[in-house]
Design a protein around this ligand. Sequence first.
Ligand SMILES: [Zn+2]
Length: 121
Amino acid sequence: MKDMKTVPAEERLGKVDYSNYSDWDTYPRSVYECPFCQKGLSLSFKDFEKHSLSEFTNLSEDMAHKIDNLVSTLDKGTANSFLDFQCQGCHRPVRIYYTAWAGGRHGEAGFQINFIIENKV
Ligand SMILES: [Zn+2]
């Protein structure tokens, strides 16, 4: 899978931490800007909530399979969720790995975005 690479979330997203204590469902947003075509995709708490702890993919079966193969060799750290999509500009697949967490009796929950898988070619 030499055509795919892993990028730390901080390199692409201005916001990588979400909490239901401090963030609304749809605001503030993380904007992923495609490094190849500069098309932006805006994500917010509800997007990460929808995909948390889910195996659902937005990609084609073939593309999802390629990415699954790549990440099977990676140390995903604490990441337990992913959200993927095809860039609306250049149609390259992108997968964002993140950690869904919940903090004890006060009902705090949130997401930490860990890293992003991009297609280089
Ligand atoms: Zn693109």
